[in-house]
Design a protein around this ligand. Structure first.
Ligand SMILES: *[C@@H]1O[C@H](CO)[C@@H](O)[C@H](O)[C@H]1NC(C)=O
Ligand SMILES: *[C@@H]1O[C@H](CO)[C@@H](O)[C@H](O)[C@H]1NC(C)=O
Ligand SMILES: *[C@@H]1O[C@H](CO)[C@@H](O)[C@H](O)[C@H]1NC(C)=O
Length: 287
C-alpha cells in the first residue's frame, strides 16, 4: 500500500465520473466522514482553495497575507487559476461574509516529496490583504518545536468534501471529532511508510470517522491551535486499517514564520530565524 495524497479514490472521482461505480459510497460519500455541519462561521480560519469554481482543498488563514495548505494540493494544478475563499460556510450559496483572493505565490516546503508525501505543507500568499472580522480570523500555531499532541487527545478536523458522486459540496462546513493515534501504531498500519513529522488520528469508537480527499490542507485543531494538516488517508475514508495522516505542524512553525517574515521584509534573509532556503518557485507578483 502506498500512501496517496488526499485519498486516491476521491481524486479519481474528481477526474472521471465513469469510475465512480468502482468506489464504495462509504468512501467518497462525505468528505468529513461521520461528522456534522458546524455553526456557520464558527471556524473563521477555514479557507477553501478552489479551481474553476470548484472546491479542491482546504487550508487555514495564518496571517492577513498567508494561508497554510497541503503541498500535494498543487501537484497537478496551475496556482494562477486558483482562488482562496475566506469567510465561507455554504460554498454553493452567495455569502456576503466571503473574501476571495487569487494566489500570488505558492511556497512549497523545500523538502516536500510527492512520492512519500513527506513535508506535505505549503504557504499560499494572497494577492491582497484579508480583512479580519467575525467570519475571517487567523488560527494560532503550536509553539515552535512543540511536542505533538499525545495519543488519545481529542481534536477536530473540518472541511468541505464533496457529498455526492456529482461533486456537490456539503450543505456547509463539516467537522468531525477524532482522537490522536499513537504514531508507532499508525506507522505499523501504514507498513512503516510514514515520514517523520506526521500525526495520525482515528475515530476513537466503532464508527468510521475522519477526513477524505477534498479536506486536504485543512487543519486538525487541538485546543485552539493547528496541530495537524490533512495529508492523506486510505482508499476508504475513515477506515481504521488506514488511519488518517496529517503533517505535524509544530515541526514547520519556524519555516512558516520565516517565509512570512522574509516576504514582509524582502532582502533581509541574512537575519532569518531558521536555516531553510525558500527553494520553491515563486511565480506571479509577490507584492
Ligand atoms: C485579488 O484577486 C481577486 C480574485 O481574483 C480579485 O477580485 C481582486 O481584485 C484581486 N485584488 C488585487 C488587489 O489585485
Ligand atoms: C515508520 O517506520 C519506518 C520503518 O521502521 C521508519 O523508518 C520510519 O521512520 C517510521 N516513521 C515514523 C514517523 O516513525
Ligand atoms: C544551514 O544549512 C546549510 C545547508 O544545509 C549548512 O551548510 C549550514 O552550515 C547551515 N547553517 C547554519 C548556521 O546552521
Amino acid at each position: 500500500m502506498v500512501p496517496r495524497a488526499g485519498h486516491w479514490g476521491c481524486l479519481v472521482l474528481e477526474v472521471t465520473a465513469a469510475l465512480i461505480q468502482l468506489i464504495p459510497s462509504g468512501c467518497c460519500g462525505s468528505l468529513i466522514t461521520g461528522g456534522h455541519e458546524v455553526t456557520p462561521h464558527s471556524r473563521p480560519y477555514m479557507v477553501s482553495v478552489s479551481f474553476e469554481g470548484r472546491h479542491h482543498c482546504g487550508g487555514f488563514l495564518l496571517h492577513v497575507h498567508w494561508v497554510v495548505s497541503a503541498a500535494h494540493c498543487f501537484n497537478d494544478r496551475d496556482p494562477s487559476t486558483g482562488l482562496l475563499v475566506l469567510g465561507a460556510h455554504a460554498l454553493l450559496k452567495p455569502e456576503p461574509t466571503r473574501q476571495v483572493f487569487s494566489i500570488a505565490a505558492v511556497v512549497r516546503h523545500p523538502s516536500y516529496q510527492p512520492t512519500t508525501q513527506a513535508n506535505d505543507i505549503c504557504l499560499l500568499r494572497l494577492n491582497g490583504s484579508a480583512v479580519l472580522g467575525p467570519a475571517v480570523q487567523v488560527l494560532g500555531l503550536p509553539r515552535r518545536g512543540a511536542r505533538p499532541p499525545l495519543a488519545g487527545r481529542r481534536c477536530r478536523v473540518s472541511g468541505w468534501g464533496f457529498v455526492s458522486d456529482f461533486e456537490e459540496p456539503p450543505p456547509g462546513l463539516m467537522e468531525a471529532e477524532v482522537q490522536v493515534l499513537d504514531l508507532n501504531v499508525c506507522n505499523s498500519s501504514w507498513q512503516g511508510q510514514l515520514s517523520p513529522a506526521t500525526l495520525c488520528t482515528r475515530s476513537g469508537d466503532h464508527k468510521w470517522r475522519g477526513f477524505c480527499s477534498a479536506d486536504s490542507g485543512g487543519p486538525l485543531v487541538c485546543g485552539s491551535r493547528a496541530h495537524g494538516l490533512v495529508s492523506f488517508s486510505g482508499l476508504w475514508c475513515g477506515d481504521p486499517k488506514t488511519p488518517d495522516v496529517y503533517t505535524q505542524v509544530s515541526a514547520f512553525v519556524a519555516w512558516m514564520w520565516d517565509v512570512v517574515w522574509r516576504s514582509s521584509f524582502p532582502g533581509s534573509s541574512g537575519c532569518s530565524v531558521s536555516n531553510v532556503t525558500i527553494s520553491a518557485p515563486y511565480w506571479g507578483r509577490d507584492e
